[in-house]
Unconditional design. Sequence first.
Lengths: 190, 263
Amino acid sequence: MDESTLVRHAANGDATAWEPLVLAHQEAVFRLSYLLLGDPDDAEDIAQETFLRAWNHLKRFDPTRPLRPWLLSIASNLASNRRRSAGRYVSALMRAFRNEPASSTSIEERSVQHIEASDLWKAVQNLGLPDQRIIYLRYFLDLSVNETAEVLQVAEGTIKSRLSRALERLRGIIQQDFPVLAERREGHDA
Amino acid sequence: MNELQRELFEKQLLSIAKGLEYPRTPDIARSVMRHPRFISRRLVWSLTLILVLCSSLMLIPPARAAIIEFIQIGVVRIFRAEPTPLTPPNAEFPSTMVPVTATPGPTSQPLIPILESLAGEMTLEEARQAVDYPILLPAYPSDIGQPDRVFVQDADGAMTILVWLDPQQPDDVLMSLHFIPHGSWAVKKVNPTLIQETTVNGQRAIWAVGPYPLRFSNGNLDFVRLIDGHVLIWAEGEITYRLETDLSLEEAVKVAESLEPIR
């Protein structure tokens, strides 16, 4: 059964049609939430809430359209609200209380590729939220310009100009605050 | 950046970003399919609540392996600790109760100063205007009257806190009643310890011990209890109720079952 058929069934209350759709998109939704919030527990909460809200509003969704951009749009909005809410404070408090390590692997054990990616993520986190969103969608989740435009509900041309400005700012941050990453980039350029 | 440089930069970003280590994606589908809000579209709410509450186990770190079951009442998740006898109000808590949870212990601050510094105080009428659910008041005990203090705090949804002071000792809180809307972040990670299961209006309820995160006027949040007693937690519809009191369980249930719209 293709996605649009599953969406139609789910919109009519067929829960068995919704489960494969959740399974198909849960990773992308979780990862976007994680990128925006930086905490796996928060990301899980947001991902769950995304699919619950989508389920409750499926009747308003056009089943001929791809589901993923819509889900990512909901997740992005929820995660942005969460960033602003005091819930972040509680999460931090609970993490501190549990005394969990920030990462289960030591830096030494991680490959250069992972370190580069982690540095890039840190660099992106220095950008404003709109820039972060567009870069996560386009480069971390590897969405097309068209899909990114659907998630952010703006025209493709707007995405291109926003991307251009965001990339300029990101490049500046990398050059200024992440010299190692910039050097590696220049090494790749050579 | 010229066009060529930009294309190269974009390729590098795509390549580098692929190397990011994400946490393992949790089984979102499972939690969604078992969520009360999901099931409620298909089944009668009261029946499904009981089914869902009883059906889940969670993955937990080894350090907490002794606690593997939890019960969900509305938005509150309660971990079932080692069997614990029913504790009379104001008795000293058995050692197994608070420390076994992931919840910070209650503060030892005096209660009234805590109350004075809570954020979001308003009148009952203002609170009624501020929230999109009915604020209910207990009709039991018959002389309870309206709350002395009312707070509405943002917790991803407007959470209402009603506080009654002890007329004999105005420095003491007699009872507090929280209205927690569905979807609130505030309680997902707060794990009061189960003491006893009971019912309120025929719905499953929990008699528990545990502090709760409240927002203070300086912007901070802290885990506090307003009363050195127990907490009765139950849910009806989209609202989870949390009654903090030093009354006995039987009396607390009477209070809970007496809730009615403001006249």
